[in-house]
Write a protein that binds this ligand. Structure first.
Ligand SMILES: Nc1ncnc2c1ncn2[C@@H]1O[C@H](COP(=O)(O)OP(=O)(O)OP(=O)(O)O)[C@@H](O)[C@H]1O
Length: 340
């Protein structure tokens, strides 16, 4: 598989603290995918997103975009990367200048990347992008940021990303500031962009319910380490890692309609005090064994389309590849529309 983006053994440390540990993940260049990255607060989700976007460099390992090391790109390569890999953040309000009408946010990329050779074409492109995210141009253009709802502002940021016809959108908690009634709509729109425009989406979230609803595959992080990964039906539907099991047990099944709350899992004082160079989940794990404290478990493949880094599965084969995506379910669609 040729990779659109690839994290190769990526670790990020801040002093002695490891925010992300040895993550290898590649997303296909030919089959546009929707991949969730989930985990509780502080698990390293945003750190991973910022490295994929080239905002910060790995301490070890590499991030490659179409085979090129993001940290070592030439000016022209970087410009292409900046256009093709677009972020959508949690709270778009900071991105808007309150003194400019929202048109400005949409016109700027059209001008910067010379996407249109006339004002009429520019306007048509902007209107098309707004419609793709469910906004009516006549109700949206000409307004100031404070005249729009949080959900509308977030959709404008998605429209801005769409204008550039990116190959990849990295959406970091894109709907957590949005009214609950609009969340599903915005996420469905991301899914439509994936299906219709062939844009791959990395959806960073603490919410397993929405990850299940829109993504093909998921990677769950715990304190910077991949704990479980694979097809959402496997990992969320029938989790194997004790951490994923605890997360999923807080969703009121079988009805996945309520958002996962990321409840705190208690740690005994004795466990908390014990040094553990091994599995980071050991102090909270109901199944902890002696071997877990000193050894980092490898990626076991207990059944198809998933891996779990947990010694409970030590009788299962170890993943043949370091690449987490090697157990992903291939998306069941291919690009229907190509970028201009
Ligand atoms: N610049 C930094 N300096 C020091 N530590 C940092 C820095 N950035 C992140 N961290 C730490 O790295 C860990 C992972 O942070 P990160 O923001 O990636 O987590 P997250 O899973 O996105 O959490 P949240 O859901 O709360 O946003 C946290 O413990 C955080 O405090």
């Amino acid at each position: 598989m040729s990779a659109l983006i690839e994290m190769r053994g990526v670790t990020k440390t801040y002093g002695a603290f490891t925010a992300l540990n040895d993550v290898t993940l590649s997303l296909s260049d030919t089959s546009p995918s929707m991949t969730a990255v989930a985990g509780e607060s502080g698990s390293g989700k945003t750190t991973l997103a910022r490295m994929m976007l080239g905002f910060i460099n790995p301490s070890h390992g590499q991030v490659l975009y179409q085979g090129k090391d993001v940290a070592r790109m030439t000016g022209a390569e970087q410009r292409q990367f900046r256009r093709e890999v677009q972020p959508v953040f949690q709270d778009p309000f900071d991105v808007f200048n309150p003194f400019y009408r929202i048109d400005h946010v949409l016109e700027t990329p059209v001008k910067r990347y010379k996407l249109a050779d006339s004002d009429t074409k520019a306007r048509a492109m902007i209107e098309d992008a707004l419609k793709r995210v469910g906004l009516r141009p006549q109700d949206t253009l000409g307004r100031f940021p404070h005249e729009l709802s949080g959900g509308q502002r977030q959709r404008i940021m998605v429209a801005r990303a769409v204008l550039l016809r990116p190959r990849l959108i990295i959406a970091d908690e894109p709907v957590s500031m949005v009214d609950a009634s609009l969340r599903a709509t915005i996420l469905d729109e991301l899914k439509t962009l994936n299906r219709e425009l062939g844009i791959s989406i990395v959806y960073i979230t603490h919410d397993l319910t929405t990850a299940f609803q829109i993504c093909d595959n998921i990677m769950i992080l715990y304190r910077g380490n991949v704990s479980e990964a694979g097809a959402v039906e496997r990992v969320i539907g029938a989790p194997k890692h004790p951490y994923s099991q605890l997360l999923v047990s807080s969703i009121p099944l079988p009805d996945l309609s309520k958002a996962w709350g990321g409840e705190e899992i208690p740690v005994s004082e004795a466990s908390a005090a014990r040094p553990n160079p091994g599995c980071k989940f050991a102090p909270r794990c109901p199944h902890v064994m002696e071997m877990c404290w000193d050894n980092l478990p490898p990626k076991y493949v207990p059944d198809s389309e998933r891996l779990a880094t947990c010694f409970l599965y030590r009788d299962a084969p170890v993943a043949a590849s370091d690449d987490v995506a090697s157990v992903f379910r291939p998306p069941n669609h291919s690009i229907t529309t190509t970028a201009p």
